[in-house]
Design a protein around this ligand. Structure first.
Ligand code: CU
Length: 483
């Protein structure tokens, strides 16, 4: 088995390539691809989430390794996220450095649309050059569609996000070039203080490092070190039978020694557990009322059911089709190869509805469950556990008083997957799998709430975002703890 590259585990997350004029999202490893993208199809050995001195925990992958205008993009599985504005063009040159035919393929955004790009079969050692124009807005996978699903599952996949370049007169931007009336109405309501007291989706604010068009990609995949090594060890030119691959990956009997070929690692954007949860390109960080859209792409063979805490989200698009009536839910099914957009409104958590909606000033403000007002957020304050000012004693440890109450902001809530096997690594280690979260970092409409105490994980996330923002201010001292 060749291992042309070695990928160390990192909390940085998958790199993002911005083509042309897209404003920076303030994310790690952001490159402007501009025109020329050189892609090499190669292989790599990667440290996995449980890797440490005792447990080597590595996995073999096939990867798309890229150069943007001659500059190396950090290699990983999946490949970099490519962000484009509708109308922009990219020149792409793909070289196959592996031993069997491979491809670079981007299907159309909607079923029946022609492919955005198709390199066709690229022989070992061969280079295929072409170009494509971003003619449809939305999020889509790029992947190797040969010997399906083997080549894609081995790691040859990544995300492409295309944003509309114009909006309808009198309306706000949505992530779509064909929004339905209800999705348009939802995005029009963002930024309206009567409904969502914060910046609209298309609005940014450099002073607070808040980018416009806040978008994230959750690219789901799962890896089997034993099966992937088996594929990598085949003699040059020999293909792994796809049916055998599916059977091994999904139906191998369980074993206590990890010798089976079932997936052992479940990831978002190639990251698992804490590495995913603390990655600023995976876990959204925002302020009350300031929406983000999360493009969920499932490159794997597993069905997911991703549950976001703190906020219900609107499912605004599915498989490229914008929903007529975006449902407002807290968990939604994501099948293999499915594409689902979660639009997260960033309501103040918990999103306790009043009698006619969420905190609208012109409607009765009584909470459905309590009959008490939902604004100011007494319910949230009451839900602090334990209540503010109360202390907990651990007599057996000689500790008499610890104030354990959880504050309002900054506060991180989890996103976990209701498909339980995905929450583990190597058949154990719960919470080492496909997870993410959502951070609330204050409320710009409430005086004083932009100054908050820092804790370690929040400070790390905040530094990450401020430190690498291409358009925001230089990193400054962290906000101070209010007395
Ligand atoms: Cu849940």
């Amino acid at each position: 088995m060749k291992r042309r590259d070695f990928l160390k585990i990192t909390a940085a997350g998958v790199a993002t390539l911005f083509v042309g004029r897209i404003p920076g999202l303030g994310v790690h490893n952001a490159f402007a691809a501009d025109q020329l993208l050189e892609v090499e199809i190669t292989d790599a050995l990667k440290d996995m989430v449980t890797h440490n001195e005792v447990n080597s925990a590595q996995c073999y992958f096939w990867i798309y390794k890229m150069k943007a205008n001659g500059v190396d993009v950090p290699a990983d599985c999946p490949g970099p996220t490519i962000c484009m504005l509708k109308g922009e063009q990219i020149t792409i040159s793909v070289t196959n450095s592996l031993d069997e035919p491979h491809s670079f393929y981007i299907p159309g955004m909607r079923a029946g649309d022609p492919p955005i790009y198709d390199s066709g079969s690229i022989a070992p050692g061969q280079t295929v050059t072409g170009s494509f124009t971003a003619t449809q807005a939305g999020a889509q996978l790029y992947y190797d569609n040969l010997n399906a699903p083997v080549n894609r599952m081995m790691g040859l996949h990544g995300a492409l996000v295309i944003r509309p370049d114009v909006k309808a007169v009198g309306h706000r931007f949505t992530p779509y070039d064909n929004p339905t009336p209800h999705v348009q109405a939802l995005y029009d309501a963002f930024g309206d203080p009567n409904y969502f007291p914060g910046l609209a989706w298309e609005e940014g604010d450099q002073a607070t490092s808040t980018p416009p068009f806040r978008q994230y990609v959750w690219l789901a995949h799962e890896a089997s070190p034993n099966l992937f090594a088996e594929v990598g060890n085949l003699p040059p030119g020999q293909l792994y039978n796809p049916d055998d691959f599916m059977n091994a990956f999904l139906r191998d009997p369980f074993s206590r020694t990890r010798s089976n070929r079932l997936p052992q690692y479940f990831s978002l954007n190639g990251q698992s557990g804490a590495f995913g949860h603390f990655s600023p390109v995976i876990t959204p960080m925002g302020r009350v009322g300031e929406p983000v859209v999360v493009h969920i792409l499932n490159a794997g063979l597993w069905t997911h059911s991703m549950h976001l805490h703190a906020n219900h989200f609107f499912v605004t698009s599915e498989d490229g089709v914008v929903h007529q009536n975006p449902v407002w839910v807290d968990v939604y099914i994501v099948k293999p190869m499915a594409r689902v957009d979660y639009t997260i409104p960033y309501m103040r958590p918990p999103d306790v509805p009043n009698q006619r909606g969420i905190g609208r000033p012109d409607t009765p403000l009584l909470g459905i469950t309590t009959g008490r007002p939902v604004w100011p957020p007494f319910e949230e304050l009451d839900l602090e556990f334990p209540k503010m000012g109360e202390s907990v004693a651990f007599a057996q440890d000689g500790i008499t008083a610890i104030d354990l109450h959880q504050r309002m902001s900054p506060l991180c809530f989890p996103m976990h997957d209701h498909s339980e096997p995905s929450q583990t690594a190597q058949g154990g280690n719960y919470n080492c799998g496909l997870i993410s979260g959502i951070y609330f970092t204050g409320d710009r409409s409430t005086p004083g709430s932009m100054n908050f105490p820092m804790d370690h994980d929040f400070a790390m996330m905040y530094r990450n975002i401020r430190g690498i923002s291409s358009t925001g201010p230089a990193p400054g001292p962290p906000p101070v703890h209010e007395p």
